[in-house]
Design a protein around this ligand. Structure first.
Ligand SMILES: [Zn+2]
Length: 224
């Protein structure tokens, strides 16, 4: 990981054999992770991995802004998203808006039977603010919006794209998702070549894609 990179809670900073968790970091299962949004610092002198907090001047959040957030709950017709950064101003704290809501009709240009075919709790996503008053409403229909990073639900490995779905490189778990065109590339804002990336994905799906089965049907009270 490059120095001064903006990281989000849960992002890997390094292995615990090499770095101790410093300010804004924690250790779990031999890995050091970010505990907050900020700039990652790997200090080779003290062997500490730290996350420097962002500046206190709050970023504003308005209609049309692109935000980075984490899926925290999935209901039958909407998703709750913890808003972690304005993608255009990642170094600034967000105002106390808490979370945003993403309705099932605003998730994908394709018809969705169930939200579980697009998102999973814990997914890091990029969304656009379509209403900021009285509460933040989000949209991920565009090609440049959707999941940026997803972890395998079985083994927690970061999933990779395969055609128009995601596959775990460790245990081969596969699933559908509404991915941003640049899934896994580490961008905060959508890149300029979204159309080109979508064409590559469609070609990959035709050449060696998988038919991703629908996920198990939503049942209330199953916890996630
Ligand atoms: Zn896995």
């Amino acid at each position: 990981m490059a120095d001064s990179e903006i990281v989000f809670p849960g992002d890997e900073l390094g292995v615990a054999e090499q770095f101790m968790p410093g300010d804004g970091a924690y250790e779990e299962d031999g890995m050091v992770y970010a505990a907050r949004v900020g700039e990652a610092e790997l200090d080779p002198g003290s062997f500490e991995a730290r996350v420097r907090p962002r500046t206190q001047t709050p970023a504003t959040l308005d209609d049309g802004d692109i935000v980075i957030g984490r899926v925290t709950s999935i209901r039958k017709s909407f998703v709750s998203v913890d808003l972690e950064a304005n993608a255009a101003e990642p170094g600034r704290e967000l105002p106390e808006v808490g979370s945003g809501t993403l309705h099932i009709s605003k998730i994908s240009p394709d018809y969705l039977d169930q939200i579980e075919d697009a998102f999973r709790i814990g997914d890091l996503i990029r969304a656009r603010v379509i209403d900021d008053d009285p509460s933040i409403q989000l949209l991920t229909k565009d090609d440049g919006l959707g999941v940026l990073v997803a972890r395998c639900p079985k083994c927690r490995t970061v999933m990779e794209t395969k055609g128009d779905g995601l596959v775990c490189p460790a245990c081969e778990w596969k699933e559908r998702a509404k991915m941003a065109a640049d899934y896994g590339l580490g961008n905060l804002l959508p890149p300029d070549n979204v159309d080109e990336l979508m064409e590559q994905r469609e070609q990959a799906q035709r050449d060696h894609g998988i038919d991703f089965p629908p996920r198990p049907q939503y049942s209330p009270g199953n916890g996630d």
